[in-house]
Design a binder for this molecule. Structure first.
Ligand SMILES: Cc1ncc(COP(=O)(O)O)c(C=O)c1O
Length: 368
């Protein structure tokens, strides 16, 4: 039996007719840039998330960058975020000339710890970027309260959490802007790169749409310096088909996560914490494992796919060496980077596969 971290082909096979139809519709139309499919997909995403506006772009990374540009963030500004995330979150802050300021994480959810944020706020702070890591919402009530108190803007990095909820609301509909990735392995993944910014603020919507289109509203008239970042029409057509299945797929992921929890019971592995404040959609199934590196080597020897998201916290990355981050700065994050291990998680995962995946873990810890 073939075990994989993600199974995008297996998922495609089940909806092949509709996806192929959508691809051919775009090919037959000859409209490959923007157009009806992109506009309709933007409306469908906005409706799904409960926001007013959505703007397609080329990736989740671009979504973060354009969101910050639309908020007027730039050199001299500070943006608060987590050191335990994919590099894009802080990379885009640095790329626009601002300074990423990290705040340690909650050891249970791995998300930014709201209780530590206020200490990191300075007169230069412009925004907070909580990341809904692994598919679980950050503590948005506390974050929004701090943002209001200190007049800061909030960009939700929902690259890993499309469809997740927090206190009855979809993530992305709580902060000023939500940034989404449609990278193929994401819960809503395209057949290539893609992303989206969402907001309910008309001024931010206008600004983001302009920035994504070379700073122009009317062709060849450029009001500001922007970028070229568009969601391909082909991706939009494919994603429209997939959006219709998303809630069921997220349920399938949750069911698979709960099966893992049961299979791992009795081992020293700490299964993912699910906050009662929201709905975790398990972009990743990530455990905390004693002797993680030895377990990973054992799984590798047994041919069991696994991954470490993320082995090096951002404050310790070479690319950010100029910020002077050092070991010990964010102990909770550093502990997570040492202990976490993600197991295969996708919509096609079944119990038989999960037994094969968890058996060597039990073996490793000497548990039957
Ligand atoms: C938390 C987080 N932010 C941002 C991104 C960037 O998204 P993309 O790969 O679409 O640029 C990712 C993607 O992996 C991510 O996991």
């Amino acid at each position: 039996m073939k075990l994989q971290m993600v199974d995008v082909v297996g998922q495609y096979q089940k909806i092949k007719g509709d996806v192929d139809g959508a691809i051919h519709r775009v090919c037959d139309s000859g409209q490959f840039i923007l157009g009806k499919e992109v506009g309709e997909f933007e409306c469908e995403v906005a409706g799904y998330l409960g926001v007013t506006y959505a703007v397609g772009c080329a990736s989740g990374t671009d979504a973060l960058q354009i969101a910050m540009m639309a908020l007027g963030i730039g050199p001299g500004d500070e943006v608060i975020s987590t050191p335990f995330t994919f590099v894009a979150t802080a990379e885009t802050i640095a790329l626009i000339g601002a300074k990423p300021v990290y705040v340690d994480i909650d050891p249970r959810t791995y998300n930014i710890d709201p209780a530590r944020i206020e200490r990191a706020i300075t007169p230069r702070t412009k925004a907070i970027i909580p990341v809904h890591l692994y598919g679980q919402a950050a503590g948005m009530d506390e974050i929004m309260a701090l943002a209001r108190k200190h007049k800061l803007r909030v960009i939700e990095d929902a690259a890993q959490a499309f469809g997740a909820a927090y206190k009855g609301k979809k993530v992305c509909s709580i902060g000023d802007i939500g940034a989404i990735s449609f990278f193929p392995s994401k819960n809503l993944g395209g057949f290539g790169d893609g992303g989206m910014m969402v907001t309910s603020d008309p001024a931010l919507h206008d600004q983001m749409r302009m920035i994504a289109a070379h700073g122009s509203k009317v062709r060849y008239y450029h009001d500001l310096i922007g970028v070229n970042s568009r969601l391909d029409t082909l991706q939009a057509a494919i994603l429209r088909v997939k959006l219709r299945h998303l809630d069921r797929w997220n349920e399938d992921r949750r069911a698979a996560a709960h099966r893992y929890n049961a299979l791992l019971a009795g081992t020293p592995v700490e299964v993912p914490f699910e906050s009662a404040d929201g709905v975790h959609i398990f972009h990743q199934y990530t455990v905390r494992a004693p002797e993680r590196d030895a377990l990973a080597a054992h799984l590798k020897a047994k041919g069991i796919p696994h991954a470490i998201y993320y082995p090096v916290p951002l404050h310790l990355q070479k690319a950010f060496a100029m910020s002077g981050g050092k070991q010990g700065d964010f102990p909770v994050t550093e502990g997570a980077a040492r202990d976490v291990l993600s197991l295969p998680m996708h919509t096609e995962l079944n119990e038989e596969q999960q037994i094969l995946i968890t058996q060597p873990i039990k073996e490793f810890y000497g548990v039957q």
